[in-house]
Write a protein of this length. Structure first.
Length: 422
């Protein structure tokens, strides 16, 4: 495993505690650790989503991203309308704190309330350890904004993030540091699996069915079997379970889509969430992958964009680069699922986009060590047959069975843009 691990870095994963609720408390001059405040739209009644709750309420078992009716009647609370523009201003102030310590290329804004900092090249400059620097940054955030933050420190982005999610929030000063020696005794002990960054409830169920109940079980599972079953996602699951993460902040910041790319996006007619968005992503992957094959192209870069409903705002767009280009539905879908599980924060979804970039001509098939030529040929033949049928008889002539489900939009979209491919 040591050969797979690149040079150690010093990564900080910083999260603003109960961000929306804490902003409201700061603006009102009250203490979020002593006041029962909920950020939600009161006009939506008891079914309104709780966008955030104060740490005071969290201690009483009230969760963010729930519904108002889920809060026990015995708990009294203040409900306030979300003010996204104000939260954005707070976020900008916090980012200005980070930029006082690191250059822009060493900062990655993960969400409105969370960022990654690569402080590897700054420790000598400040004559501090990564832990000391993290402590100083957190104090400066509180001094300038009144907000409280937590921080995970690690030798890569993954371990920093998981240290923050799992341990930092329990520490008195809000800081936890993990290194590779903590993989077996801390990372492997995580259970249920969905507590791990990047593993959603659906993937958890699939892994549970294989007898994988903890991250340790996942780390010790046969890597090749995971790759056979889950493709690109299987390889990443195994690597992350072993504390391996090759991604870098510079790479995430430096990616710029090329002019030549294929994409497909749609605004949804209702709110979607983790339970029903998968069908939409699958349908969009089918559309863009068919376009690749029609033009004899393959893609090295796969991107997923998610936009949240207007009353919440925001969303994300992230990409993943592949070692080998692809035009296969399954591989593209696997990557989209990885990106979704890694970055989705539970908010209602109203826009989805899938993009394929860094396109190359499909002149020959390049195989990795894990590819099976027979399987690839069968997959190519299947896709070719499907493409030919829909080209000849119309886009709605052959669809996934899921197209009949209520949450599917593909049949209606095909009618609006024409039954036959252009």
């Amino acid at each position: 495993m040591e050969k797979l691990i690149k040079k150690e870095k010093h990564i900080l994963s910083i999260d603003l505690k109960s961000f929306f609720a804490s902003c409201e408390c700061v603006m009102r001059g009250i203490d979020p650790f002593k006041v029962p405040l909920v950020v939600a739209n009161p006009n939506q009644g008891k079914g309104a989503i709780t966008l955030a709750v104060t740490p005071y309420l969290k201690k009483q078992g009230v969760k963010s991203r729930g519904r108002l009716y889920e809060i026990p009647n015995s708990i009294r609370y203040i409900i306030v309308q979300p003010r996204m523009n104000s939260y954005i201003k707070f976020s900008e102030k916090v980012i200005s704190v980070y930029l006082d310590y690191v250059a822009k290329e060493d900062l990655f804004v993960y969400s409105i309330d969370e960022c990654f900092l690569d402080v590897t090249d700054y420790l000598k400059l400040y004559k501090k350890t990564d832990y000391e620097l993290a402590n100083e940054i957190l104090k400066e955030i509180t001094k300038r904004t009144g907000l409280t933050a937590t921080c995970g420190i690690g030798p890569n982005i993954l371990l920093a993030k998981v240290a923050m999610d799992v341990e930092a929030k329990l520490e008195k000063n809000g800081i936890a540091k993990w290194d590779y020696s903590d993989v077996k005794n801390k990372l492997w002990s995580i259970t249920p699996l969905s507590k791990m960054w990047g593993i959603g409830p659906r993937m958890e169920k699939k892994l549970n069915s294989l007898g994988i109940l903890s991250i340790g079980d996942l780390a010790l599972y046969d890597k090749n079997k995971l790759i056979d079953k889950f493709g690109v996602m299987g390889r990443e699951l195994w690597e992350h379970a072993n504390g391996i993460d090759f991604s870098s902040i510079k790479d995430m910041n430096n990616y710029k889509p090329l002019d030549k790319s294929y994409s497909n996006s749609q605004v949804l007619f209702k709110d979607y969430n983790r339970n029903n968005i998968e069908i939409i992503i699958k349908e969009m992957v089918d559309v863009v992958s068919k376009r690749l094959r029609k033009n004899n192209k393959q893609a090295y870069v796969i991107g997923l964009a998610i936009g949240y409903s207007k009353n919440i705002g925001g969303g994300f767009y992230h990409v993943m680069k592949l070692d080998i280009p692809t035009d296969e539905n399954k591989t593209i879908l696997d990557v989209c699922n990885i990106l979704f599980n890694r970055y989705y924060n539970g908010s209602p979804i109203r826009k989805v986009g899938v993009s394929l970039g860094r396109l190359v001509n499909k002149s020959s098939i390049q195989l990795s060590l894990f590819d099976d030529l027979e399987i690839i040929n069968k997959e190519n033949e299947k896709n070719k047959v499907i493409d030919n049928i829909t080209e000849k008889f119309g886009k709605n002539s052959l669809l996934r069975a899921s197209a009949l489900l209520e949450d599917s939009t593909i049949m209606e979209r095909n009618k609006k843009i024409g039954g036959h491919s252009a």
